[in-house]
Design a binder for this molecule. Structure first.
Ligand code: PSU
Ligand code: MN
Length: 307
């Protein structure tokens, strides 16, 4: 049986010519940002990747197929759709088999990107170990995906709604390289610094590309997490965002929010409490991650063509 993949002509051409391609997730569109900023941002991110020499491939499940690349019309439809499934490793196949529409999280996007032959994926932030995980066991499947699927993921670190120290511990246990870009501190999404050092640090895209290819040569399974700090001018300092995060977490507890609903609830609540500033920061960091991802993908394509 052939894989249920549908490529846009733009992505097909890039892959056929061994040119750089950057995968993008769709949960950030359906569950991470409000309409219409979600669609506008998705379009801007794609343009940013093209402007930096790579081809964007936004990934989502529609009517029984995994789409690798979405047309502008499909992006808009997805961005306005209600009751879209939030897909991770556990529910990807069920969504395809039942013909429903689903947005891919970091975990599901990595799986689809790898099936499509794409090495590099840009997003905002990854899921991680939630605060209070000792009670709730809420640990994102994103972490285990990084441990087993060979895609390099560029994110702005992990959100401070999570327990960042425990998130780094789980990644270390599972052998995932966590590489801070251009600094030693692990970034905390809206803030450039989490106050915790990243295990690894690199300063130029070519190093990250070389490490990606070296892992494959060594037969190491799994991907890399590249933690790219939010641009300085868009940062919300930790002292400003911390009390807001605490308030959002209290609201989630009061309302009894659990499982898949936790991350979208907290993002929406923080958006309200910051009067939109968290969204402005989120857009800036995704664009910055797209630029870095394009640069890494270009280096990987170049190195492959020489070997
Ligand atoms: N980061 C964002 N916006 C998002 C997410 C992360 O800035 O919408 C999404 C990603 O798709 C990530 C998912 O994979 O949240 C993690 O969800 P959970 O914590 O339920 O595993
Ligand atoms: Mn979870």
């Amino acid at each position: 049986m052939t894989l249920p993949l549908i490529f846009t002509p733009e992505v097909t051409a890039a892959l056929a010519q061994n040119r750089a391609v950057v995968a993008l997730e769709s949960t950030i569109i359906t569950h991470g940002m409000p309409y219409p900023q979600n669609v506008e941002t998705a379009q801007l991110v794609e343009d940013e990747i093209r402007a930096h020499g790579a081809t964007p491939a936004t990934i989502a499940v529609m009517a029984g197929h995994i789409h690798i690349g979405l047309s502008p019309g499909m992006l808009t439809t997805l961005g306005q759709a209600q009751n879209v499934m939030k897909l991770s490793r556990a529910d990807l196949a069920a969504c395809l088999a039942t013909g429903q529409t689903g947005a891919t999280t970091v975990a599901a996007t990595m799986i689809c990107a790898h099936l499509a032959g794409i090495d590099v994926f840009a997003t905002g932030g990854i899921g991680g170990v939630h605060r209070g995980a000792d009670q709730t066991f809420d640990i994102s499947a994103d972490l285990l995906e990084l441990a087993q699927t060979p895609v390099t993921v560029i994110a702005a670190g992990a959100k401070a709604i999570l327990d960042i120290a425990k998130t780094l511990e789980v990644l270390e246990t599972h052998g995932v390289p966590v590489i801070a870009y251009g600094q030693t501190d692990f970034p905390a999404f809206w803030s450039r610094s989490s106050g915790i050092s990243a295990p690894l640090s690199m300063t130029i895209p070519v190093q990250i590309a070389a490490a990606h290819l070296m892992r494959a040569r060594l037969g190491l399974i799994g991907g890399q997490l590249i933690a790219n700090p939010i641009p300085q001018d868009a940062e919300i300092p930790r002292t400003v965002i911390s009390p807001i995060i605490e308030a959002a977490l209290r609201d989630a507890a009061t309302k009894g929010i659990t499982a898949k609903a936790v991350t979208p609830f907290l993002l929406q609540r923080i958006f309200e409490l910051t009067e939109g500033r968290s969204l402005t920061a989120n857009i800036a960091l995704v664009l910055s991650n797209a630029r870095l991802a394009a640069a890494i993908a270009v280096e990987i394509a170049q190195m492959r063509s020489k070997s």
